[in-house]
Design a protein around this ligand. Structure first.
Ligand code: NAD
Length: 339
């Protein structure tokens, strides 16, 4: 590992801890400055973590004064566009929290700036880095289910966040579903081409905006991905990863979003029975990398050092962003939207 990464962390809130924990474990990376609009938040973070680095309130000055070559953007979504573009223009690579921006146009603009500056911008999609979902994709790549034609996910939780999420117009789709949509792209290795979305706010919801949605996506490979979800659903909670059913020509896989990853495969395809006999088994773990943020950050650093785009580079992530904004457009228009 020859490259030395000199990192500025922008945004010193709760999520920054996960990113800072990672850097502590990495030999060729060090924090050279902390930035937060709220100087006290940055100072508090430095004190808590025993980091003896300068504190700044804006990214441009921080980069100039420290000579950083990498910026972690862990600010709030509304600041992502400004923080990322400032860092790219100043010659830094960026690893940032989801979402890329608050609108698709802003995200497309940021991607263009990454292209023009020749810097990379990789986006955190930690929910791809779980051993179950990675083993599932490996199983599908080995033709475990044959041709996959249907991917369904149910996502039902009742979190009482308080704060900004309860004021948003589209809390579920904008703040959460990007993870699930990105997971569906990862599983199916295909991008969405159309969506019909019905969004609603269920009776008794404690959100101002629509906390529930049902989406039907057609994917480029011809498969159909459906998402049914709510953040205002009490009882029988699913995992935060959702509850998945993947159907292919040989059989079905189910992942409960936790650690149950099972299949039911037709025993004898030539069987002429009314309902063919199937055999259950468990998909064994085939992922040896790290999980969650650490797994995604390992890939981001590896890509930077190997001079290639990371799996969750902005050029890939824009396809998950498109799913989010097309779903909202469909819900608002009450019609199917093409991406
Ligand atoms: N991947 C995940 O699973 C996951 C989970 C939670 C949050 N997140 C994302 O992480 C990001 C941060 O979330 P959080 O919970 O830490 O938020 P937070 O509100 O706790 O912290 C954000 C910090 O950014 C600072 N900030 C805002 N604008 C800034 C700017 N222009 N320059 C510098 N600092 C600025 C704020 O003062 C605040 O201290 C969000 O994008 C959120 O969506 C991701």
């Amino acid at each position: 590992m020859s490259t030395k990464h000199h990192i500025i962390v922008g945004g010193c809130g709760g999520m920054a801890n996960v990113w800072l924990d990672y850097v502590e474990q990495r030999e060729n990376a060090s924090i050279v400055g902390l930035v937060d609009l709220n100087k006290e938040a940055a100072q508090k973070k430095a004190d808590q973590r025993n980091l003896h680095v300068p504190i700044f309130t804006d990214i441009a000055t921080a980069i100039k004064e420290t000579g950083a070559n990498l910026v972690f953007d862990v600010t709030i979504p509304a600041a992502h566009k400004q923080v990322v573009t400032t860092a790219l223009e100043a010659g830094c690579h960026v690893f940032g929290e989801k979402p890329m921006a608050e609108s698709l146009n802003d995200a497309l603009e940021v991607k263009k700036i990454a292209e023009r500056t020749g810097r990379t911008y990789s986006v955190m999609q930690n929910r791809r880095y779980l051993k179950e979902i990675r083993s599932l994709r490996h199983f599908l790549e080995r033709d475990g289910l044959g041709k996959v034609h249907t991917v369904n996910v149910d996502f039902y939780l009742g979190p009482h966040f308080g704060g900004f999420r309860e004021q948003m117009d589209h809390p579920l789709i904008v703040d959460m579903a990007i993870h699930t949509f990105d997971q569906a792209r990862y599983i199916s290795k295909s991008n969405a081409v159309s969506v019909y979305c019905h969004e609603f706010n269920p009776t008794g919801s404690w959100y101002n905006g629509n906390a529930s949605a049902i989406c039907i996506f057609e994917m480029a490979d011809g498969s159909v991905f459906t998402f049914r979800g709510s953040w205002a659903a009490e009882g029988f909670r699913t995992s935060w990863n959702g509850d998945w059913r993947i159907i292919g020509t040989k059989g079905t896989a189910k992942w409960d979003g936790f650690d149950h990853l099972t299949t039911e495969i037709v025993k004898k395809p030539s069987d002429t029975a009314f309902l063919k006999e199937t055999e259950q088994s468990t998909i064994l773990n085939s992922w040896t990398g790290k999980e969650e943020h650490a797994g995604c950050l390992d890939e981001m650093f590896a890509a930077l050092e190997e001079n290639r785009q990371a799996e969750t580079d902005c050029h890939d992530n824009i396809h998950s962003m498109k799913m989010v904004f097309a779903a909202i457009e469909s819900a608002e228009k009450g019609e199917k939207v093409y991406l």
